[in-house]
Design a protein around this ligand. Structure first.
Ligand code: HXC
Length: 524
C-alpha cells in the first residue's frame, strides 16, 4: 500500500517536472513560433536539432529565468531566458552551442541569458571543445538596464579569453544591433544568412538618418551581402538557415577542437604523388595576364576541395582550408584577377587574420605567390596601408606552424616578403620556372636606376626598352634567386602537389619556440 502511494507521489513529482520542462521547451509559445516561421526563420531548438548529430544535444540551464522584476518581467516565467545552451556531438565530436531564442523575450540578452552563455564557454574551455553561437536577438534587454550591458561584457570577455584556445563560430540568424554585433565580431568566423530577417549594424537606419541625413535600407546597411562583400565582417554567405548550418559543420571538419590538438586527418583517397600537369595551361607565361589562382588551388589539393574563407571580399588575396594527403592546410594565395593581385589594406587584414587563426590552431600554411607588390596611391596611404600591410609580415613572422611558399609568378618588393620568404621564417620556398623575383617591377626599377641616363639619352624610349629587357633577363626568372640560395628549388608545375605533400610530411613534427611574453603588439 505504502509503496503504491509512494509511486503515485513520484509519478506526480515527475509529471510536474515534465510540465515545467514542456513549458520551457515551447519557448515563447505558438504565436511567437509562428511569427518566427513566417519570417522564414527556424526556432532556436530547430536550429540546434539540425546542427547536432541526432539526439546528441544536452541542454543546460533550461529552467533558468531572469532575476529582474522591472517593467513586469516578474509577471511571467520565461524559462531559459531567451537562449538555449548546451553541448552535443557534430560528426561524433563534442561541440558546445548557444542558440538565442527570438520567440522568448525577443532573444534579448539579460543577466541570466549572459550567464548561460558564460557557462557554455567555461565548460568548452575546460574540455577544449569549439563553441558555435547562433545569434538571433533584439540585443541588450532594455528592462534590465546596465545589468544587460554587464551581461554583454561577460560574453565579450569569454569570447576574448577563448580566442586562440578553442575555435568559435558565429551563425548570424537574426538581427544584431549596437554593441550586440561585437560578440560575433570577436569570434573566429561569422556565417551570415541572406535575407531581410538577417542584419547587423552598430547603428540602425533610423539613427543613421537622424544623425547623418543618410537614407539606407536595413539590408544595404547591414545585410549579409554587404558584410560579405564590402565590410569583410562576414566570412561565409549562406543561402538559407540550412545552408548556414552545413557551412558550420564543413568548417568544423577542418578545425581541431582546441589549440593543443592537430586538425582532423581524413583519408581522402587522392594519391599523394598525383601529378598536377594541368596547372601548366592555367597560368599564363606572360606575367601581365591575369588568371584565377583558385584554379591552381583546386588542382593541387585533395579532390579539388577548397573551403574558401571571405570568398567575396578582398578577392585580390584568396585564403581558405583544404587537405593535402588527408592533412589540413591553410592556403594564402594572390589572385591577379582582382587588382592584378596587388596587396591593399583589406587583403592584408584578411590574410593576416587567417594566418593567425591557422597558427593558433596548428594548421600548416601554404603560400601561392603571384603579386606585383603593395598597392600605391594616396587613398591607401591615407587609410594606413603601412599599418595594415605590416600585419601580414607580423603574422607570418610570428607563426610557428610549418610554412611553405611556392612562387608561381610575380613576387616583388614588400609583398614578396609579406607572402612568406626564408628570412621571415618560411621553412621551404619553392619557385616555378615562371617566377619573377625582385625588389620592384622592371619599368619602375629601370626608371629609378637610370633616371639621369634616361634624361640625357638621345632616344629615351629606346634606352628604357633596352634597360627593361636587360633587367627582365636578370630578374624576371627564379634562377638568380635560386643561385643566391634564396629559394630551395625551382620545380616543375606538375610536381607541385607531390613536393608540397613531401614537405608537409617532413615538417609534421616541426617545433619552433618564441621568447616568452605576455603578448605581442601586432599593428592594428
Ligand atoms: C527588450 C526587446 C528588445 C530589447 C526586442 N524586444 N528588442 N525587449 N529589449 N532590446 C522585444 C519586443 O518588445 C517584443 O516583445 C519582442 O522582443 C520581439 O520584438 P519585435 O519588435 O516584435 O520584433 P521585430 O518586429 O521582428 O523587430 C525586431 C527588432 C526590434 C528589429 C530587433 O525589436 C528592435 O529594433 N529592437 C530593439 C533593438 C535595439 O535597439 N536593441 C538594443 C541595441 S543596443 P513582445 O513582448 O512583443 O514579444 C545593444 C547594446 C549592447 O544591444 C551593448 C553591448 C556593449
Amino acid at each position: 500500500m505504502a509503496i503504491t502511494s509512494e509511486k503515485s507521489d513520484m509519478d506526480k513529482i515527475i509529471a510536474q517536472l515534465r510540465e515545467i520542462k514542456a513549458k520551457a521547451f515551447q519557448g515563447g509559445g505558438e504565436d511567437k513560433i509562428k511569427a518566427q516561421h513566417d519570417k522564414g526563420k527556424l526556432t532556436a531548438r530547430e536550429r540546434l536539432a539540425l546542427l547536432f548529430d541526432e539526439g546528441s544535444f544536452n541542454e543546460i540551464m533550461p529552467l533558468a529565468t531572469t532575476r529582474a522584476t522591472e517593467f513586469g518581467l516578474d509577471k511571467n516565467k520565461f524559462y531559459g531566458d531567451g537562449v538555449v545552451t548546451g553541448w552535443g556531438k557534430i560528426e561524433g565530436r563534442t561541440v558546445f552551442a548557444f542558440s538565442q531564442d527570438f520567440t522568448e523575450l525577443g532573444g534579448t540578452l539579460g543577466e541570466t541569458h549572459a550567464n548561460k552563455i558564460g557557462k557554455v564557454y567555461e565548460l568548452a574551455l575546460k574540455v577544449g571543445a569549439p563553441v558555435i553561437g547562433i545569434n538571433d536577438s533584439g540585443g541588450a534587454r532594455i528592462q534590465e538596464g546596465a545589468i544587460a550591458l554587464e551581461g554583454y561584457a561577460t560574453v565579450f570577455k569569454m569570447n576574448t579569453l577563448a580566442s586562440g584556445v578553442i575555435p568559435q563560430i558565429t551563425i548570424m540568424a537574426g538581427p544584431a544591433a549596437g554593441g550586440a554585433v561585437y560578440s560575433p565580431a570577436l569570434t573566429d568566423f561569422i556565417i551570415m544568412i541572406k535575407g531581410d530577417a538577417y542584419y547587423m549594424f552598430v547603428t540602425g537606419p533610423e539613427i543613421t538618418k537622424v544623425v547623418l541625413g543618410e537614407e539606407v535600407t536595413f539590408q544595404d546597411l547591414g545585410g549579409a551581402v554587404v558584410h560579405a562583400t564590402k565590410s569583410g565582417v562576414v566570412h561565409f554567405l549562406a543561402e538559407n538557415e540550412q545552408d548556414a548550418i552545413s557551412i558550420a559543420k564543413r568548417l568544423l571538419s577542418y578545425l581541431p577542437s582546441n589549440n593543443m590538438e592537430d586538425p582532423p586527418y581524413m583519408d581522402t583517397g587522392d594519391p599523394s604523388d598525383r601529378e598536377t600537369k594541368d596547372v601548366e595551361s592555367i597560368v599564363p607565361t606572360d606575367s601581365a595576364k591575369p588568371f584565377d589562382m583558385r584554379e591552381v588551388i583546386y588542382r593541387i589539393v585533395d579532390n579539388g576541395e577548397f573551403m574558401e574563407v571571405h570568398r567575396h571580399w578582398a578577392q585580390n588575396i584568396v585564403v581558405g582550408f583544404a587537405r593535402v594527403a588527408g592533412n589540413v592546410i591553410g592556403i594564402v594565395a594572390n589572385n591577379s584577377n582582382t587588382l592584378g593581385a596587388a596587396i591593399d589594406i583589406d587583403a592584408a587584414d584578411k590574410a593576416a587574420r587567417f594566418i593567425r587563426f591557422c597558427d593558433a590552431f596548428n594548421i600548416p600554411l601554404l603560400s601561392l605567390v603571384d603579386t606585383p607588390g603593395y598597392i600605391p596611391g594616396t587613398e591607401q596611404e591615407y587609410k594606413g596601408i603601412i599599418r595594415h600591410g605590416a600585419k601580414m609580415l607580423y603574422a607570418f613572422s610570428e607563426a610557428t606552424v610549418p610554412k611553405i611558399s611556392v612562387i608561381i609568378r610575380k613576387s616583388y618588393g614588400g609583398a614578396h616578403i609579406a607572402m612568406s620568404i626564408k628570412n621571415l621564417g618560411a621553412d621551404l620556398v619553392y619557385a616555378w620556372p615562371t617566377a619573377e623575383i625582385a625588389v620592384t617591377g622592371p619599368e619602375g626599377a629601370v626608371r629609378i636606376l637610370y633616371k639621369r641616363d634616361i634624361q640625357n639619352s638621345q632616344n629615351p624610349d629606346e634606352f628604357l626598352k633596352q634597360k627593361i629587357a636587360e633587367y627582365k633577363k636578370l630578374f624576371a626568372n627564379p634562377y638568380w634567386a635560386a643561385e643566391k640560395g634564396l629559394i630551395d628549388d625551382v620545380i616543375e608545375p606538375k610536381d607541385t602537389r607531390r613536393i608540397i605533400v613531401n614537405a608537409l610530411s617532413m615538417l609534421k613534427n616541426k617545433r619552433e619556440y618564441r621568447y616568452p611574453k605576455k603578448h605581442g603588439n601586432i599593428p592594428l
